[in-house]
Design a protein around this ligand. Sequence first.
Ligand code: MG
Length: 393
Amino acid sequence: MTGIPPLADYAARDTASRGRRYPEPPPNYRSEYQRDRDRIIHSTAFRRLMYKTQVFVYDEGDLYRTRLTHSLEVAQIARSVAVALGLNEPLTEAIALAHDLGHTPFGHAGQNALHQAMRDYGGFEHNLQSLRVVDELEEKYAEFPGLNLTFESREGILKHCSRENARQLGELGQRFIDGRQPGLEAQLANIADEIAYNNHDVDDGLRAGLISVNRLMETELFHEHCTAVKQRYPALTPRRLIHETVRRMINQLIGDLIEQSRANIAAAAPNSIETVRLLPGPLIGFSSMVGARSRELARFLRTRLYQHQQVRHANRKAARVVRTLFEIHFGDTAPLPETFLRAARQAETQQGKAGRARIVADYIAGMTDRYALREYRRLTGDTDTTPGLTGVA
Ligand code: MG
């Protein structure tokens, strides 16, 4: 037996898994979800996250979050809560580590630009792309395409999905049509994402000088903890004041999430992951007071940081890079790397222009920030778009 901690009845477990798309013998020394997590860590898409923007372009400074460190922070938060709630920790970790695998270069600016470019060909959703990465695009195993993850990991990775896309996803898409829930590990990874980015964006935004402590005092969550820290430690350096405040904010959010989720679980008393899936609403969530504080902070970041003039300026440049790369490769697939070129030809034979567009989108979505910039400069000769973009949200 391996040292897997005891699980609550409502947790995901190997014996109740809906399985993998391509059946495989069970792992010898790991659980099914440990195997999923390990496959994600060994994937190429995971390593690419190191050079993809979270909010700030990777070479703006060495200390800003990248999509890789963001994903690690999400996993850390999610795992702490999973253990406290008796959920399946390796599954929670797998979902958290994989949740952004399909993200384009340049954060949301890149995603929006690619969605625009793809509007006549089914659009582009980074969530759906994360699923495509683990289901199709990773080339790792002799026996199957992608990583062949369990249903539960894939269910967690697919956070949102339009009804139209859901209809094409079979069993995995069904919950978006029926208005059902994913397992609790998936619900948790989703909220851990929110906790991680709200808090680290405060830290990164302050570091970049795009938001200030004074402004942040407008939000209840920051105000309460920053005031308490200042009172108790009046001589603290600004760096330590910020860290101590953010640490306490995260603590409050996590503590509240655990307590409220415990109460929700106790009230609904689900006895298996299947009963969790049939419930009308999620069970993992904040109390209404803390939920409101979290949303207030998110609103603050939206208006003060993500829509900051400097960030928007950078976004326009990033969008231009992504749009141009799409136009060039969609217009002429010849410069595509060999595997994409072959895939584009095959997809075009089967699905026409939309097929070709999808493969070009796969290629661009897989680019790191610096690869995209290098390709853009090489193909256009435009040197105006320097790497020092200053922030992309
Ligand atoms: Mg994320």
